[in-house]
Design a protein around this ligand. Structure first.
Ligand SMILES: NC(=O)c1ccc[n+]([C@@H]2O[C@H](COP(=O)([O-])OP(=O)(O)OC[C@H]3O[C@@H](n4cnc5c(N)ncnc54)[C@H](OP(=O)(O)O)[C@@H]3O)[C@@H](O)[C@H]2O)c1
Length: 271
């Protein structure tokens, strides 16, 4: 019997696709989650918390490969540290990490940068924890997932006037396409920092929301907001884009057409 692959964040938007695809590839999968889940279909769950360190030793025991997807708006560096410590002791052979395009290009200079874009700083810090861990590693930087932008658009559409950061563009990507790439990486040899993965098109933020409103047959007025700080300036200059790595195939329009026409609607999640 081969050792299971541990997926942290295996219950999240991206993680559910990764878990399904690993199962389809014939792997035994272990998922770390802060909540209890019933096992099933070749997937076991270990309850633990990367923020407190609770349950992490049990999660990594006997594991050869970890796909580390657990994340939140803050504190990814500390979570990565907690995982790496336990993984090193357990003799893990490959640590695969998901980061974000722009982690190395969105500067954290002021309190404003950190308050609004601290996520990028924390992903870069977590990348460094992974690359300095002494464990064989692979890191993929991806752009924003369609599922995330759909949630954002849904929230924005509740407002009568929609504030949109002026000059912000995104190159979102299909969540399941990122999952497919991560599974390919997890089943391969450790590769260090691999080329970015972004979607097929670059959109102005307002156009992404307009696409959603059109698909929902809604109309709203937009108010451009000029965000202060160097991080916002870097994003206006395209630090979060990777036009030469437009390797995703599915477009935002195709995603919306499929997701919003599904009887499940947009709320029941991607997996
Ligand atoms: N969303 C995007 O557009 C995007 C773009 C590029 C990269 N990424 C990266 O991709 C990864 C997955 O993103 P996502 O959008 O799929 O996330 P998500 O849906 O918000 O899921 C977050 C996952 O992290 C787990 N988690 C959070 N805090 C934890 C903790 N303290 N201990 C253990 N598990 C914890 C959650 O598990 P439980 O709730 O079950 O405990 C959940 O499975 C993240 O690292 C994110 O930074 C996301």
């Amino acid at each position: 019997m081969s050792s299971p692959i541990l997926v942290t964040g295996g219950t999240g938007m991206l993680g559910r696709h990764v878990v399904r695809r690993l199962r389809e590839a014939g792997c035994d999968v272990r998922v770390l989650s802060r909540r209890k889940h019933s096992p099933g279909d070749g997937v076991e769950f270990v309850t633990g918390d990367l923020a407190s360190g609770e349950g992490i030793e049990a999660a990594v025991a006997g594991v050869g490969t970890i796909v580390h997807l657990a994340g939140s708006a803050k504190g990814d560096e500390a979570k990565a540290r907690s995982l790496v410590r336990a993984a090193s002791r357990a003799g893990v052979r490959h640590l695969v990490y998901i980061s974000v395009i722009g982690a190395d290009r969105v500067p954290m200079v002021s309190g404003i940068d950190r308050a609004m874009f601290g996520y990028f700083g924390s992903k870069l810090a977590a990348e460094r924890v992974v690359s300095d861990s002494g464990l064989p590693w692979t890191t993929l930087r991806a752009s924003q997932f369609y599922d995330l932008l759909l949630m954002v658009a849904e929230q924005m559409a509740k407002l009568p006037l929609i504030p949109v950061p002026a000059g912000f563009r995104f190159q979102p990507v299909d969540t399941d396409e990122v999952a497919a790439r991560l599974v390919e990486l997890a089943l391969g040899e450790p590769a260090g920092l691999v080329p970015d993965m972004a979607g097929p098109r670059v959109y102005a933020m307002a156009d992404l929301v307009r696409g959603y409103l059109r698909a929902r047959h809604k109309r709203r007025l937009f108010v451009p907001l000029r965000l202060p700080g160097q991080a916002a300036r870097a994003v206006r200059a395209g630090a979060n884009l990777s036009p030469e790595r437009n390797v995703g195939h599915r477009t935002w329009e195709d995603f919306l057409a499929e997701r919003l026409s599904s009887p499940r609607g947009s709320r029941s999640g991607p997996a």
